[in-house]
Ligand binder design. Structure first.
Ligand code: HEC
Ligand code: HEC
Ligand code: HEC
Ligand code: HEC
Ligand code: HEC
Ligand code: HEC
Ligand code: HEC
Length: 611
């Protein structure tokens, strides 16, 4: 009964129109439906997101799509999702098994024996996927039948899924830390018969290139807004080119009905739009291109708050002076600050502050009031981030988390210099979030150096790949997460006073690891304690992952067991294990070392039982 209810809730959220009595739909094949319900409920129980990948082995693009799913599968734990396949060829289970074996599929696959699952998911394609959030609600989907055969399906799906799952994949047409990729150039005939070539469009003026559908409300909103700049404030200062996903007739009607003065191309077969990798289906999708033909800004969707941002960006590209269009009684968001403070913005992008919200999403805690406060901007303040209401452009620990709302802190807006904070005031601000419990041995003087905007590596020396690597924090390993002046003393020194924990520790694999074992593969730091630190490995008796690998060097604690604070032992009984404990584990069980590492499960194994 319970299973059936769950499937019902799920199927309901999968079907577009609310009110459809999905559960009343007989006949439901009990086995396949139950199996799917079990998968969905077990994934939801873990708080993970779920990609339901359905495929027919006869679809020519299934091998490619399956290869993408297989490529993403090992990263599922790190990014908190799971993958389940649904093979639509229920009548030929053996052929499906053969296909799976041939293509190295290791994710679980359900066989849709009689088309029930396809019907329940409202799938009208032989290849596609549905993405469910941790509450089993549909948050995205793609059908291969919507992607023309000439388009790179795998790339499109990867860009689409990566954006929704916060995985670090950067489409080729995205600017990265000041490097702006060249926009694809093309020539075409517009619906009004004009011939356009992008190179001549952006040669003298910046160009706003907008992929849109005449049937999409947000697209029309965006085009109306751009058109008002085009015919008003920014007249003759920039060009607009529409790329419509509908045919010439429908596109021409849209242009005429809305009185648009700029040209548009009908591209129903996606011949041109397919050259933009950031375009993965959702519209509007806009590219602001500078006079050198390079893409400076990419926007997908059109929230009301974007209007001022677009205006400032286009003015900047047109070489005009810019008023700081900040929000006068709330938080404005880093997108606006970036327009004038590029250098500070690029440096900020390299800190964990810029991806703090993704950290919550990875834990499926982005809606948890106990978590958001320190991972967003202006939480609990007027005009700041609100739980469940965003706005999304205030996710992460942004400029205004440190500087205060822009209307107060930006001298260009406020018309006066904001008083500079002294070290004590900065420390107070930082420790509002970097509390003892959530931030391991937060040593202000050292951490401060990491966030000051002068702490910027030499970007000039780096090409695109180098810059992307710099932005990707997932592969990074901290050599020593303990910012701690004490020496390591070894597990034997702990035994006398913590016999219970010692005994438990002996029962874990950590106690018996050796740096020269076959598993080492040239990563000795994973198999020893306190590598290269004072009193740590290669000192005698520091092999294995000992107490101090998790709790920090113990010299001071052994001398003064009751003393607390920085430099003493780390208790790890934090309210937010993800904030603190996980970082320690990940110094060895990182993405590169141990991609299958499932923190929530692993922590239960190493936690000492109550003695
Ligand atoms: C349209 C351009 C523009 C935008 C947008 C803008 N600023 Fe500024 N900001 C300036 C200028 C110009 C200065 C003065 C620079 C100087 O004094 O050297 C400045 C100064 C500052 C300063 C230094 C203040 C001081 O008194 O020394 C801070 C901090 C600052 N801005 C923060 C922000 C933040 C946060 C945002 C986004 C919410 C933002 N700015 C958006 C143009 C802008
Ligand atoms: C609004 C809360 C908040 C404030 C204020 C704040 N931080 Fe953070 N800080 C965070 C969070 C959350 C993270 C973890 C981000 C993540 O998810 O990786 C973090 C991460 C960091 C990191 C690690 C960066 C990295 O790249 O790994 C440093 C260093 C840091 N903060 C220093 C500071 C300093 C110094 C200040 C004060 C000037 C400060 N923070 C103010 C919330 C805050
Ligand atoms: C009091 C502020 C605060 C609260 C509340 C908070 N965090 Fe954090 N969180 C931080 C800070 C600060 C860091 C950075 C720790 C550091 O680098 O020293 C952090 C780091 C993290 C990280 C690690 C990011 C990385 O580097 O991989 C995760 C994950 C995380 N927090 C999740 C959560 C979750 C889940 C909750 C709710 C249960 C939560 N946080 C509540 C302040 C907070
Ligand atoms: C973690 C806190 C933190 C965050 C987040 C942060 N800043 Fe700063 N900002 C600082 C500190 C610290 C200084 C330097 C103050 C000092 O040296 O006295 C500073 C200085 C500045 C200045 C003055 C010029 C300079 O470079 O010293 C500007 C402008 C500025 N920040 C803009 C921004 C913008 C724009 C963002 C967002 C993209 C941002 N800041 C995010 C902490 C932060
Ligand atoms: C001489 C006895 C003694 C030795 C040796 C000793 N401890 Fe402790 N330890 C204590 C006492 C007593 C406490 C409880 C302190 C308190 O709660 O204030 C404690 C607490 C702890 C805690 C919990 C701290 C907290 O904040 O909750 C950890 C973790 C710990 N010890 C680890 C170790 C490790 C690791 C070693 C070996 C390097 C070690 N201890 C050696 C006596 C000792
Ligand atoms: C793999 C990491 C790891 C290792 C190795 C480890 N611990 Fe712990 N320890 C933890 C965690 C995590 C906690 C917090 C448990 C919790 O929150 O329930 C903890 C808690 C403790 C506590 C606080 C009381 C308690 O039992 O929760 C003591 C004392 C302690 N450890 C001592 C030790 C000693 C002594 C050793 C070595 C013999 C050791 N630990 C090895 C991870 C580790
Ligand atoms: C100093 C490096 C290091 C640290 C820190 C570390 N581990 Fe490990 N852990 C290892 C290595 C190496 C193995 C052996 C398996 C492997 O190679 O991945 C291992 C094995 C494990 C296992 C399998 C153990 C068993 O007995 O079956 C679990 C579970 C585990 N670690 C959890 C954790 C957790 C949770 C943390 C953080 C609280 C942590 N580890 C911290 C290096 C480390």
């Amino acid at each position: 009964m319970k299973k059936q209810m769950l499937l019902c809730a799920m199927a309901f959220s999968l079907v577009c129109c609310p009110g459809t009595p999905v559960c009343a739909n007989p006949p439901v094949s009990p086995s396949a439906a139950d199996e799917l319900a079990a998968v969905v409920s077990s994934v939801a129980l873990k708080g993970s997101r779920l990609v339901l990948f359905f495929y027919s082995i006869d679809d020519a693009r299934s091998p490619d799509a399956a290869a993408l799913m297989q490529q993403l599968y090992p990263q599922r734990r790190q990014y908190n999702f799971d993958i389940a396949g649904i093979a639509l060829d229920g009548a030929r289970p053996d052929a499906v098994r053969l296909f799976n074996a041939e293509h190295g599929i290791t994710f679980p696959v359900l066989i849709d024996t009689d088309g029930t699952l396809a019907r329940q998911l409202s799938v009208e394609s032989t290849l596609g996927f549905v993405l469910l959030n941790e509450r089993s609600q549909r948050i995205g989907f793609r059908l291969a039948s919507n992607t023309p055969a000439h388009m790179n399906l795998r790339q499109q799906w990867q860009a689409y899924l990566s954006a929704l799952l916060d995985m670090p994949y950067v489409p080729a047409d995205r600017p990265v830390l000041g490097l702006n990729p060249a926009a694809p150039s093309f020539e075409a005939v517009c619906v009004d018969g004009r011939k356009v070539a992008t190179s001549s469009l952006h040669r003298r003026k910046p160009l706003a290139l907008v992929i849109f559908s005449p049937r999409c409300f947000n697209c029309i909103n965006e085009l109306n807004f751009l058109n008002s700049l085009y015919t008003g404030e920014l007249k003759d200062r920039f060009e607009i080119l529409g790329l419509s996903l509908l045919d010439a007739e429908q596109t021409a009607a849209c242009m005429r009905d809305n009185g648009y003065a700029f040209p548009a191309i009908a591209d129903p077969e996606w011949r041109i739009v397919s050259r933009f990798e950031s375009f993965t289906g959702p519209v509007p999708c806009a590219f602001f291109i500078n006079t050198r033909g390079a893409i400076e800004y990419v926007h997908i969707g059109f929230p009301e708050r974007a209007k001022d941002v677009y205006r400032m960006q286009l003015r900047k590209l047109a070489g005009m002076e810019n008023p700081p269009l900040l929000i006068k009684d709330g938080y404005s968001g880093e997108q606006r600050c970036m327009i004038c403070h590029e250098k500070q913005h690029a440096q900020w992008m390299l800190t964990g502050h810029a991806s703090a919200f993704a950290s919550l999403q990875r834990k499926a805690q982005a809606n948890n009031p106990d978590c958001i406060g320190c991972h967003v901007t202006g939480y609990g303040s007027p005009g700041g981030y609100q739980r469940g209401h965003g706005p999304p452009d205030l996710e992460n620990v942004q400029c205004e988390s440190c500087h205060g709302p822009g209307y107060q802190s930006c001298s260009a807006y406020a018309g006066r210099k904001a008083g500079k904070k002294n070290a004590v005031q900065w420390r107070e601000l930082c420790t509002g979030c970097h509390t003892e419990k959530e931030s391991l041995n937060f040593v202000f003087s050292r951490r401060f150096m990491q966030v000051r905007h002068s702490a910027m590596p030499d970007l000039e020396a780096l090409d695109r790949a180098g810059r992307i690597a710099l932005l990707d924090r997932t592969g990074r390993r901290q050599d020593n997460p303990f910012d701690n002046p004490a020496r390591y003393v070894g597990a034997d020194a702990c035994r006398a006073c913590h016999a219970g924990q010692y005994r438990h520790w002996l029962s874990t694999a950590h106690a018996s690891l050796q740096p020269d074992s076959a598993a080492d593969r040239g990563k000795p730091y994973r198999f020893v304690t306190g590598i290269n630190a004072a009193g740590g490995y290669p000192e005698e008796g520091r092999t294995g992952v000992q107490c101090e690998a998790c709790h920090g060097p113990g010299e001071r604690h052994v001398q003064q067991p009751e003393a607390k604070g920085h430099g003493f032992i780390v208790g790890l009984g934090a309210e937010c294990p993800s904030c603190v404990v996980e970082q320690i584990c990940r110094s060895c069980h990182g993405a590169a070392d141990d991609p299958e590492f499932d923190f929530d499960r692993a922590i239960e194994r190493v936690r000492h039982p109550a003695s």
